[in-house]
Design a binder for this molecule. Structure first.
Ligand SMILES: *Cc1c(COP(=O)(O)O)cnc(C)c1O
Length: 459
């Protein structure tokens, strides 16, 4: 078979045979998808030769940037040596062993054991299995309920989608029992008039305590949360939020799960988001940045106090064919070696993180921008017709999509969540590229402003 070469031919085949995730495939087919053909550093190239600065690290994952020969070589070597073997039935293999030990070294001290999966969604399904198993072994089988937050994202398998609090997903999903959602710490979107971020952060955190009391502590298995909500729109909680959550989790007999699929592996300027916010999780969920997206891999770190119980419970009847896939583990080991050698986590904390934040923050002065939060290498621009009143546009999502499309035209990949633009660039972004990113974002805001004036939606 000779492969089609032109963009039009590729688009036609894509439209004929490919159902896209989180897409209106019919509308997409009418428009034609963008075909990405190669990438290097922080730059993507499409099939027409256009170049884009990838402000989203793919889907929040390419932390070390594209084009790392070292990872490609490690995967290739592993595929030649042992492309696959499982870790069921009393067997293991070197890449899984080495990566497990490496993760025990990099994660906070309570973590010494990992359960490998193929993705973030599988990891969160594993979380459901693990926490319920834990309470069963402790002879508290009535502790089944997992508390999560509205507008959380924990993945797209049935279990993970239920943990998540995405209304459009729940609208298409058959709910599983035992998941309860509480408020999210989204000050801009949900605080009362006159409520300071600190007051709001405290009130939102205390919803956890109130919910535990209302349902009964003897029914609650765990609380799960992302340190910073990613897909929900890069919601950086007020400073009062995490200390209060940490207090509640300490005082109550429940497990705390930190979903670090985005915040893990340097994104917030420490190895893990729980270290940035001072929480003490019992389970830590990983995927994305663990391999910088070069191979699919996920995992759940399990704290010693949970492992001690699980080990008394006999068989744990759970696992995936690709749990600890050798080539994926090899990719992770090469990726983590790069991160350590190039001190990328330190770079986010001391160099490119503060550099980008200083420039990004200036976008808050734009008339279209309500707030421009950034922490580490993840940030947002809340678009609003009225900063002071924190007003929303008449139709939610339309302005976000408009701005997102302008951003692509300006050669910058940003993502839109409702009317909020978000970025999470690779941790290797240079100072010059950070300047370029902010310049293109500013142009995008100007273009959007001009168009919205034409609509009569601003000014
Ligand atoms: C992406 C994501 C997931 C799901 O990971 P997949 O690999 O897509 O299954 C889970 N949790 C968070 C916080 C994520 O951002």
């Amino acid at each position: 078979m000779t492969l089609p070469k032109t963009t039009a031919e590729l688009r036609a085949l894509d439209a004929a045979h490919h159902l896209h995730p989180f897409s209106d495939t019919k509308a997409l087919n009418a428009e034609g998808s963008r075909v990405i053909v190669k990438a290097d550093g922080v730059w993507l190239t499409d099939s027409d030769g256009n170049r884009y600065l990838d402000g989203m690290s793919g889907l929040w994952c390419v932390n070390v940037g594209y084009g790392r020969e070292e990872i490609a070589d490690a995967v290739s070597k592993q595929l030649r040596e042992l492309p696959y073997y499982n870790t069921f039935f009393k067997t293991t293999h070197t890449p899984a062993i080495e990566l497990a030990a490496k993760l025990a070294e990099l994660t906070p001290p309570q973590f010494n054991r990992v359960f490998f999966t193929g993705s973030g969604s599988e990891s969160n399904d594993t979380v459901i299995r693990l926490v319920r198993r834990y309470w069963d072994i402790k002879e508290k089988p009535e502790k089944k309920v997992i508390i999560s937050r509205r507008n959380a994202y924990h993945g797209s398998t049935v279990g993970a989608a239920n943990l998540g609090g995405m209304a459009p997903m729940h609208a298409q999903n058959v709910a599983i029992p035992g998941v309860v959602h509480i408020a999210q710490p989204y000050w801009w979107g949900e605080a009362r008039q006159g409520e300071t971020p600190d007051e709001f952060g405290l009130r939102t955190a205390q919803a956890l305590e109130a919910t535990i009391d209302a349902l009964g502590e003897d029914r609650i298995a765990a609380f799960i949360a992302e340190p910073i909500q990613g897909a929900g729109g890069v919601i950086v909680p007020p400073a009062t939020y995490w200390p209060e959550i940490a207090r509640i989790c300490r005082e109550r007999d429940i497990l705390f799960v930190s979903d670090e699929v985005i915040c893990g592996f340097g994104r917030t300027g420490k190895w893990f988001g729980c270290e940035t916010f001072g929480t003490h999780p019992d389970l830590l969920v990983m995927a994305k940045g663990i391999t910088s997206g070069y191979m699919p891999l996920g995992g759940v770190m399990v704290a010693d106090r949970v492992v001690d119980v699980l080990l008394e419970g006999g068989d744990f009847n759970h696992g995936y064919t690709y749990s600890g896939h050798p080539a994926a583990c090899a990719a992770a080991l090469a990726n983590l070696a790069i991160m350590q050698r190039e001190k990328l986590v330190e770079r986010v904390a001391d160099d490119i993180g503060p550099y980008l934040k200083a420039r990004w923050s200036t976008l808050a002065e734009h008339p279209l921008v309500g707030e421009a939060p950034m922490l580490g290498m993840v940030g947002a621009l809340e678009l609003t017709p009225d900063k002071a009143g924190r007003r929303k546009f008449p139709e939610v999502g339309k302005v976000g999509t408009l701005a997102r499309d302008f951003s692509f035209k300006n050669g910058l990949v940003m993502r839109a969540v409702r009317d909020r633009l978000i970025i999470a660039p690779p941790l290797v972004l240079s100072h010059g590229e950070a300047d370029e990113l902010v310049a293109r974002a500013r142009k995008t805001l100007d273009d959007s402003w001009t168009e919205l004036k034409r609509w009569g939606w601003v000014g």
